[in-house]
Design a protein around this ligand. Structure first.
Ligand code: ZN
Length: 127
């Protein structure tokens, strides 16, 4: 089903990809958060460390994950900051089990090679 937009504005590339790219001008906000404006849609965006940018008024998955008690192994594409896969981990899992599971995921996605462009990391859970 197609919904005709009210305005004749063309949709920006990030509307489809959800990948926002900052303009060159950036500012530092609270807690070291980088603030900028998307060069495509002109909306306010922010980032932890400048790798991936999310809408400042939207849901920040990284932020959410770091507050969650559920732990995930996340496979992220480094270039565009998109999460490719997410594997939940039992929150009571012991370190050895978690490490074994991470190794499994790395193996599965062949993320061990340096040029893979993938990052496998544990997110969320009690610190
Ligand atoms: Zn945008």
């Amino acid at each position: 089903m197609l919904i005709r937009p009210q305005t004749s504005q063309t949709l920006t590339q990030c509307w489809y990809t959800r990948i926002h790219q900052p303009v060159t001008r950036k500012a530092r906000g609270e807690g070291g958060m980088l603030l900028s404006v998307c060069r495509h849609c002109q909306r306010a965006i922010h980032s932890h460390g400048g790798k991936s940018w999310t809408l400042a008024d939207g849901i920040d998955l990284d932020e959410l994950a770091s507050q969650s008690h559920i732990r995930y192994i996340c496979v992220t594409s480094v270039d565009d900051g998109v999460i490719i896969a997410r594997y939940p981990i039992d929150r009571d899992a012991v370190e050895a089990v978690v490490q074994a599971r991470i190794d499994e995921v790395i193996e599965k996605h062949e993320a061990r090679e340096l040029g893979s462009g993938l990052e496998v990391k544990l997110m969320g859970g009690p610190r």
